[in-house]
Design a protein around this ligand. Structure first.
Ligand code: KG4
Ligand code: ZN
Length: 341
């Protein structure tokens, strides 16, 4: 082992301003997250322009805080990492400009990171023994992919959503139920008091053998159910709708991920992204994994949702692979997994 590598990472792709100091891709020295949820929830979702302004106001303070909490000075940092996409263009640009200025000022490498790769890498921090290859479900507000992680930084997409992302479906149904934003955690909580078998919502498994997802039929079915109950003047049980909807999402995600792990000879089925924080998904997957001989892994909730530590982990492996960026690094709002940043 050579000298340890300390990376300062910055994440501003959506509504969390975050900075972290990560050692050798696996150890968090600090992970400071400032969420804008309270600001955006008034609007029922993220307002891009407001997000950019808030990142701009906060980012320097958050970086300072991350260095202080990590017990390091800027001069001790070996490289600066930043999310370059996917995400909101204005929001990404704030992180990018900050990271470029810092890297330039200390004359250290700049490493652009794919946000989805960051979500997967959160598992390297949580599970020190985890190494590729393995199969991973990345489910967030913008993405739902089943990915085979072939090696560090090398991915094969096995399946993805054909319409809404899983988190997006949670957010839309939560809004229809009047629960607020972001919907995932609110449905998760509400569902705990409901009956998951009260309403028989559809499960879209698609063609035989497919690892793709589709949540639009389920979403329409839940919205139709709410409308028809209102028209008939019947009382709606919000916990039952939340639990039944969540169960339909969880069943499809779990079944497809475990099947992908079995069919690709992966010992592990790994979860990542905001939806990986869902308590029912974690429970159902663990249970299904036990039945089929697959070890299910997921990060702590704080590492599931957006944070800079996961970017610092992904950046370390990028650096080892020689993927260093230069100051022309730009925002890539539509970057997909496996594309170079
Ligand atoms: O990864 P993330 O923080 O941001 C994106 O990259 O999109 O994911 C946010 C998404 C939101 O849609 C949110 O509702 C969902 O993750 N989410 C959850 C839970 N916590 C966050 N969905 C279901 N259950 C949860 N506990
Ligand atoms: Zn994310």
């Amino acid at each position: 082992m050579g000298k340890p590598m300390t990376i300062l990472a910055i994440e501003t792709s959506c509504d969390e301003t975050s900075a972290a100091v990560v050692k050798d891709g696996r150890e968090i020295l600090s992970n400071v997250i400032s969420t804008q949820i309270d600001i955006h929830k008034k609007f029922g979702g993220v307002v891009p322009e407001v997000a950019s302004r808030k990142h701009l106001e906060n980012v320097n303070l958050i970086v300072q805080e991350a260095l202080e909490q990590g017990g390091v000075k800027l001069e001790d940092i070996d490289a600066v990492a930043v999310t370059s996409g996917p995400g909101l263009v204005g929001a990404l640009l704030i992180g990018l400009t900050t990271a470029k200025a810092l890297a330039y000022s200390i004359n250290k490498p700049l490493i652009g990171v794919n946000h989805i790769e960051g979500h997967i890498s959160a598992n390297y921090i949580q599970h020190k023994e985890l190494e590729p290859p393995f199969v991973c479900l990345v489910a967030s507000g913008g993405h739902s992919h089943i990915v085979k992680v072939l090696n560090y930084g090398s991915y094969k997409i096995l399946g993805q959503t054909r319409d809404d992302a899983a988190g997006e479906a949670f957010d839309k149904i939560a809004r229809a139920l009047g629960l607020g934003y972001p919907g995932g955690p609110l449905i998760d909580k509400m569902a705990a008091q409901g009956n998951a078998h009260a309403i028989d919502f559809p499960r879209a498994y698609l063609e035989e053998g497919s690892y793709d997802f589709s949540f639009s039929g389920l979403k329409s079915s839940a919205l139709n159910y709410l409308n028809s109950m209102k028209m008939k003047g019947e009382e709606i049980s919000i916990p039952d709708v939340a639990a039944s909807f969540q169960e339909a999402v969880v069943e499809v995600l779990s079944e497809k991920l475990i099947r992908a792990a079995v069919e690709h000879g992966s010992k592990y089925a790994v979860l990542a992204g905001g939806v990986a924080a869902n308590s029912r998904l974690r429970q159902a997957l663990t249970h299904l994994g036990e039945q089929r001989g697959i070890h299910v892994l997921y990060p702590a909730p704080v590492l599931c949702t957006d944070n800079a530590a996961m970017i610092g982990s992904a950046a370390y492996y990028r650096y080892l692979n020689g993927s260093v960026s230069d100051l022309t690094l730009n925002a890539r709002p539509n970057l997909t997994i496996g594309e170079s940043v």
